[in-house]
Ligand binder design. Structure first.
Ligand SMILES: Cc1cn([C@H]2C[C@H](O)[C@@H](COP(=O)(O)OP(=O)(O)O[C@H]3O[C@@H](C)C(=O)[C@@H](O)[C@H]3O)O2)c(=O)[nH]c1=O
Length: 185
């Protein structure tokens, strides 16, 4: 079974697969192509990613890849907890510049579907947080782009003091939304 919740931005969805618990632990179909298609999620995933962030208060993002390497992402957490954020970069969208922020954890078992046309990032809320995500296109360093996670125009309420956040060097230098070239119609 797959539970689907809408978010404030219709194409961004929260999907929660069933978890069957017993004396040993649990079993869960974390992705089932047929079931996801029945739920309206018809995507051709080609790569699975896994990251570990050792410290709480690590922010990764906001990232996206441009065409022809744009990616849909299906994000989940197997250890720890994150605030996961998707920012709408589609110029013709009524929600351009707006975002969805959802807590994903190993406990709540939620997955966030971040479609093509969105920048994605997250902040870890616990140490040793592991994030897994499926993507529909291959990594291409040449098409990898970023948006400043702390751009005030985005109004993202990161759950940490952003001046203390653990960041990659790359993530300190991304342009703000107003300076970002149009990447998605
Ligand atoms: C994303 C990615 C990175 N890499 C390499 C490049 C680099 O040497 C190292 C670390 O890359 P990054 O610093 O970009 O990793 P990270 O900051 O974790 O990047 C990820 O952030 C989240 C929020 C996303 O949405 C992802 O799409 C991806 O952009 O891994 C790959 O080989 N394949 C990949 O798919």
């Amino acid at each position: 079974m797959l539970h689907i919740e809408p978010t404030a931005i219709p194409d961004v969805k929260i999907l929660t697969p069933s978890r069957f618990e017993d004396g040993r632990g649990f079993f869960s179909e974390v992705y089932n192509r047929k079931r996801y298609e029945e739920a309206g999620v018809t995507l051709d995933f080609v790569q699975d990613n896994h990251s570990l962030s050792e410290k709480a208060g690590t922010i990764r993002g906001l990232h996206f890849q441009t065409a022809p390497f744009a990616q849909d992402k299906l994000v989940r957490v197997v250890r720890g907890r994150i605030l996961d954020v998707a920012v709408d970069l589609r110029r013709s969208s009524p929600t351009f510049g707006q975002h969805v922020a959802v807590e994903l954890s190993a406990q709540n078992w939620r997955q966030l579907l971040v479609p093509i046309g969105f920048a994605h990032g997250f902040c870890t809320l616990e140490p040793d947080t592991e994030v897994l995500y499926k993507v529909t296109n291959y990594y291409s360093a040449a098409h990898d782009r970023g948006l400043a996670f702390d751009d005030p125009a985005l109004g993202i309420e990161w759950p940490v003091d952003v001046s203390q956040a653990v960041l990659s060097e790359k993530d300190r230098k991304h342009p703000r939304l107003a300076d970002l070239p149009a990447c998605f119609d």
